[in-house]
Design a protein around this ligand. Structure first.
Ligand code: B12
Ligand code: SF4
Length: 246
């Protein structure tokens, strides 16, 4: 019998890709739910064999995001513009499906938090490294993981996929870089923002995926959340932001 899930994945991934969320990895929801503690599990519609799709992005996101922020000043003014953009993009892709669906975003706090790097590992998208970064075989650590969608249709069968063991034969330069970053303070978002260059050095220490390094503005905004970067990239003046977008 012909499987339905590849077509469903296509229906979700094409609009996401067009919006810069260019990574979509299908998996069986039970692969993930069995690998994580109860508080990180996602709904499975009563069947661990249902389809799940991990959505993320490479450097493809930034130009699409900037174009959207320019066209829709209210998104640019949102306190968390990337989260809003990702949420709207994924919801609009899922709303086109005829099946039931549920979604959890990587930015959602507990009790809806997901262990999205574990999803990347069991789906085969990216290997979970000693630096606590998910390493994609082509893009290295230069990926962001955004959401897990669960769709009420039978998913891929068989055992979990093995992520390519990117770290197997590596000199592990990331470990020294991680130790240097940790020496600057407890790893909380505030200390990451204050010492962002040291945390950036962790990613930069990985030899995989250097050609996929994010654009400089994307990097700076991602680590510092400095709104000035968005203002400069989108060149939105205060007059423009007063005009409402639809
Ligand atoms: C909380 C959090 C953090 C905390 C982690 C501390 C902690 N005790 O958990 C802090 C603030 C330190 C942090 C820092 C950063 N993070 Co962060 N973070 C998260 C978040 C929102 C939740 C993690 C979580 O609780 N997972 C659930 C638990 C159960 O999973 P786990 O497998 O047990 O633990 C994993 C993580 O928690 C993390 N972790 C756990 N303990 C520690 C301790 C240290 C020192 C660090 C660095 C990480 C870390 O690594 C584990 C896997 O190895 C995820 C998104 C998500 N929903 O997963 C992003 C996420 C993991 N972060 C991400 C990134 C990019 C960063 C930063 C580079 C800064 C940034 N935002 O750009 C830095 C540095 C990371 C690095 N390794 O170099 C990306 C990773 C992408 C990738 N390619 O792997 C994610 C997936 C967000 C995203 N949208 O893509 N992060
Ligand atoms: S430096 Fe090596 S061990 Fe570290 S994340 Fe990259 S490939 Fe893995």
């Amino acid at each position: 019998m012909c499987e339905v899930w590849p077509r469903v994945v296509e229906q979700v991934s094409v609009p996401c890709r067009n919006a810069g969320l260019d990574l979509a990895e299908p998996f069986q929801v039970g692969w993930y739910n069995r690998a994580v503690a109860a508080e990180y599990r996602v709904p499975d519609f009563g069947d661990p064999g249902r389809l799940a799709v991990l959505l993320g992005n490479t450097r493809a996101l930034w130009p699409r995001l900037v174009a959207t922020l320019r066209a829709r000043p209210s998104v640019a003014k949102d306190p968390n513009p990337i989260e809003r953009y990702v949420t709207e993009t994924v919801h609009s892709a899922l709303e086109r499906l005829s099946q039931r669906w549920e979604v959890r975003f990587a930015h959602e706090p507990p009790p809806r938090r997901i262990a999205v790097q574990r999803a990347a590992h069991v789906s085969g998208l990216a290997y979970l490294s000693p630096a606590h970064l998910s390493i994609h075989p082509e893009h290295g650590p230069w990926i962001s993981l955004r959401a897990v969608a669960v769709i009420d249709v039978a998913g891929p069968s068989g055992p979990p996929r093995e992520a390519v063991r990117t770290c197997a034969d590596c000199a592990r330069s990331c470990e020294a870089a991680l130790a240097r970053a940790l020496a600057l303070g407890t790893p909380e978002m505030k200390t990451v923002e204050e010492n962002w260059q040291a945390w950036l050095a962790v990613r930069d220490s990985c030899p995989i995926g250097r050609a996929s390094r994010f654009q400089e503005d994307h990097i700076r905004y991602g680590y510092t959340k400095d709104r000035e970067i968005l203002r400069r990239c989108t060149m939105i003046t205060s007059d423009e932001t007063r005009e409402s977008d639809s």
